[in-house]
Design a protein around this ligand. Structure first.
Ligand SMILES: Nc1nc2c(ncn2[C@@H]2O[C@H](COP(=O)(O)OP(=O)(O)O)[C@@H](O)[C@H]2O)c(=O)[nH]1
Ligand SMILES: [Mg+2]
Length: 621
């Protein structure tokens, strides 16, 4: 059993005191949110409602202005409480069935609020409660210490319904008593006439609790609440019932971590012989030891004869003088609470929580490359590169190509729709950048799952899940981003290189030569061979020129073809270079998308995990 299994009413006390007006001054210290929990009411009664904790009353710890912000245990404590508040804030954003336990977060928040309140409310007073079963002698001890019969002692049907408080040195105790919820009629002050011995008790608030086992309605609730708020707990047992299971099981065992702020008082020692009393103490000490309460002091008293009351007074005086009970109590609460958060930090880190920061799960190196590659595939970047290359080549053919080859191609029926294809290709290329249609959502999903699976299992719950969720958090934006990445990588237009135009002129000249040559052949045939015209110039009539002109035309045709193929191979090389450049650019943009939309959210979550572990470490001693 842990402290967490206290009856929950123990921890709701801060809110019940109805003293909210003074809370919420500690925001600067806690530095967490703008809405302070007033009087610790932030959560009690409202429940967590799934959303609630982040940004609600963590700031109301009221640690600033407690006088504990400087050096010493208080400063340490305030730091620890702030750290716990951070733990809660981080946890609250991840609560739920597989996340942080909402009841645990609520309890922790109540602890922070309660502790902050207690530290702010008169840290110079020490609240000691007399707790225990009916008839053990709490009220009698209270009256003995207070020096008057303030609290009714049960004779026939013993019970104390409301808590009674006696304050040694009333100055500044009012708000504290309000907060504790002690009815006005049950407050007694020992301020006016503190005798010699009493002066050492200045600052003590002694409370006689209702019996936790009382039949009176609400008494147990009230007891639990005040036990939760007390700085020092005096558990009063009597010789008949000192091993009473209900006290041990319900209260003492769960308070094992609090033994420095617990004293066990074996009252009614006048009913025992000295030997019997000694046996009793031995037995009780053994029992407490077995319950883990090693540091708890054991006192033997008799409210009837006054035996042992000096010792009790001494213990109280020491506690009051040390002024440490309040902080010790909170520290013990914090210890137990922080321990319960350890599983969320992971088994490896749970042991010491002092592992160096580099041990934290990280995004594996090279993830951005792997993801970028997957995205490149998903977006069909290779096809885009291929299409770009083809589009460049087809565009260049118009300029550097050898028109005679086209005619031949056309005549032979090759590639009749080349132009059409060129137009479409470019349109399609531009279209890819338009939106998600191009990218394969399934492939993207697989890549996201893969990275989540790679990192998730290295983390404890709920982080293993939240990292997976983070990996997919921007899933819907990815296809669009990939399309944009492709669009931005593509050249604005399928532009024409200047040298293509020069080659085009050259090819035009060659074509002109071919046409002229053909005309020449025609002239030679008509004039030289068929003698259709007389007295023509020798150059058109000498049939012997015919083979030479044919050879000339063949040479020009070859030259045109050679020019075309030479230029085309240059064009292809350039297009390939363009393609690689664009592909490299697409790849790097895909990696940017991977970094921005996948790895950043993961890294943020991992850093929250590290922050959580750090805060938890600070919250622990
Ligand atoms: N013999 C003896 N009786 C005591 C002692 N302290 C209290 N009682 C008696 O035990 C009964 C219950 O005492 P009370 O103070 O009301 O106990 P509470 O229920 O714990 O507050 C009363 O009859 C007391 O007189 C003690 O030290 N010795
Ligand atoms: Mg009583």
């Amino acid at each position: 059993m842990s402290i967490g299994e206290y009856p929950s009413t123990w921890l709701t006390g801060a809110g019940q005191a109805g003293h909210g007006g003074q809370a919420g001054t500690g925001q600067a210290e806690a530095g967490l949110s703008s809405t302070a929990a007033t009087g610790g009411t932030g959560l009690a009664g409202t429940g967590l409602a799934g959303t609630g904790l982040a940004g609600t009353g963590l700031a109301g710890t009221g640690l600033a202005g407690t006088g504990l912000a400087g050096a010493g245990p208080g400063a340490d404590l305030s730091g620890r409480l702030t750290a716990l508040a951070r733990v809660i804030q981080i946890g609250a954003a991840r609560s739920g069935p597989e996340g942080f336990s909402q009841p645990l977060l609520a309890e922790a928040e109540q602890l922070v609020a309660r502790a902050g309140e207690r530290l702010r409310l008169s840290p110079s007073h020490t609240v000691a409660v007399l707790a225990g079963g009916t008839g053990s002698g709490k009220s009698s001890l209270f009256n003995q210490m207070a020096g008057a019969d303030f609290s009714a002692v049960g004779v026939i049907r013993p019970f104390t319904k409301d808590p009674h408080a006696c304050v040694w040195g009333m100055d500044g105790a009012g708000p504290l008593l309000e907060w504790l919820g002690i009815p006005h009629r049950n407050r007694y002050a020992r301020s006016s006439a503190l005798s010699e011995g009493e002066a050492s008790l200045r600052g003590l608030v002694l409370i006689d609790l209702p019996d936790h086992d009382s039949v009176a309605a609400g008494a147990a609730v009230e007891t639990n609440r005040l036990v939760g708020l007390a700085d020092l707990m005096l558990w009063v047992l009597d010789p008949q019932k000192y091993a009473d299971a209900s006290v041990h099981r319900r209260y003492l065992t769960p308070l094992a971590g609090h033994s420095s702020v617990i004293a066990v008082v074996l009252n009614q020692s006048d009913l025992l012989s000295p030997e019997q009393a000694e046996d009793c103490v031995t037995d009780l000490t053994r029992l407490l030891d077995s319950e883990g309460l090693h540091d708890a002091r054991v006192l033997v008293t008799s409210a009837r004869t006054g035996a042992g009351l000096g010792e009790l007074r001494k213990v109280l005086a020491e506690t009051v003088t040390e002024r440490r009970a309040a902080t010790d109590r909170i520290a013990a609460d914090l210890d137990a609470m922080a321990e319960r958060f350890v599983p969320y930090a992971g088994a490896a880190r749970g042991a010491g929580l002092d592992t160096a920061a580099e041990d934290f799960a990280e995004v594996p190196p090279g993830s951005v490359v792997v993801l970028g590659e997957s995205f490149t595939k998903a977006a069909g970047a290779a096809g885009v590169g291929q299409a770009l290359q083809s589009a460049r080549e087809l565009r260049a053919v118009d300029y550097v190509g050898w028109p005679v080859s086209w005619l031949v191609d056309r005549a032979l029926g090759h590639d009749p729709v080349r132009k059409l294809r060129l137009g479409n290709l470019w349109e399609e290329l531009r279209g890819i950048s338009g939106g998600p249609a191009g990218a394969q959502q399934a492939e993207i999903d697989n890549a996201l799952t893969a990275i989540g699976e790679q990192i998730g299992p290295t983390l404890p719950l709920p982080w293993s899940n939240t990292v997976r969720v983070a990996a997919r958090s921007k899933r819907d934006e990815i296809p669009g981003a990939l399309g944009t990445a492709i669009g931005e990588s593509l050249p604005e237009e399928n532009s024409v290189e200047p040298w293509w135009r020069l080659v085009a002129v050259w090819q035009g000249l060659l074509l002109g030569c071919v046409v002229t040559g053909l005309a020449w052949i025609a002239a030679l045939l008509v004039i030289g061979v068929f003698h259709a015209v007389h007295h023509a110039a020798a150059i058109f009539s000498d049939a012997a020129l015919l083979p030479w002109v044919v050879i000339l035309i063949a040479a020009i045709l070859t030259l045109g073809w050679l020019t075309a193929s030479g230029c085309m191979s240059m064009v292809s090389a350039a297009a390939l270079r363009d393609r690689s450049r664009v592909e490299a650019q697409m790849r790097s943009r895909m990696q940017d998308v991977a970094e921005q939309l996948v790895l950043m959210p993961i890294k943020q979550e991992l850093s929250e995990y590290a922050r959580f572990c750090g805060a938890l470490q600070s919250a622990r001693r």
